[in-house]
Design a protein around this ligand. Sequence first.
Ligand code: PEP
Ligand code: MG
Length: 328
Amino acid sequence: EQASALGTFDGVGRLADGTLLDLLANVGGTADAAAAAGANAQGVGLLRTEFCFLGRDTEPGHDEQVAAYKGVLDAFPGKKVVIRTLDAGADKPLPFLTDSTEPNPALGVRGYRTDTTSPGVLARQLAAIADAATQSNAIVWVMAPMIATAQEAATFAALCAAAGLSTPGVMVEIPSAALTSRHLLDHVEFASLGTNDLTQYTMAADRQLGALASLNDPWQPAVLALVQATVEGAAAQAKHSGGSAKEAPAAKPVSVCGEAAADPALAVVLAGLGVSSLSMAARAIPAVSCVLRSVTSQEARQLAHQALGAKSALAARALVREALPILT
Ligand code: PEP
Ligand code: MG
């Protein structure tokens, strides 16, 4: 049963006790989106829009952008598609936006920060996303990469509102954002943890350097603690936003769209920490789904607790893998 289940995904992510956890795909354009839809992904949790325009010297025009986004949206009618605004810089240069002479590109003007050096590009991208959304049947959410402060989240939300986009969100991939998620979520509707960058910035280890791979490991307990802080911040935000209402509104969704979500054992830990959806390369979905279905939410919470308390990434990974018979 395991072997056949590993090959395919039936389109419903859940734990053994029936708790639902959406499994979405990370895509870089129309071809990926078609493959992800074919693999029954429940939607797109991360469209890396910079992949549509890598290496370009000039800003893509409105119609070209609309066509690029619409190609992805059309693969998921009625489903959620989270479009990330351009995350240019560091490992993903876009010559029309980024300065290749920066001494420390990973700490430089990248992602959302390019709105300060190239004003207008982001607003024009949001206008193109809004047009593509109007021409499709997908449920479009938009998020900004490399958000560090609540002020940035507020500014991004205002730009989205001006473009007519009603579901703005932020990526949580900088420790400051994880630690202040409560305040970020006062301004936006959801958060998505980018564990690739969150790990790089937590461990101060360049994600592109193989020599630092043992530091650059999302199983590092410090990274897991920041995931926990992000989810707790979302709960605190909901609790304090209720005003005089008797019952606090539900917490805003916190998802994960970094490579961590594609590691089945780590996916169990992330579920146990309280994230509400996981987005990954489509080919990883069947194995993640299969392992998630082997644990109850209570077991996932227990494993998350143990991983958080481990003294090293190696110890955290080993103890969770040993507790999952399906992986041995
Ligand atoms: C991340 O940082 O985890 C992420 C999903 O974004 P990217 O890998 O594109 O930087
Ligand atoms: Mg990132």
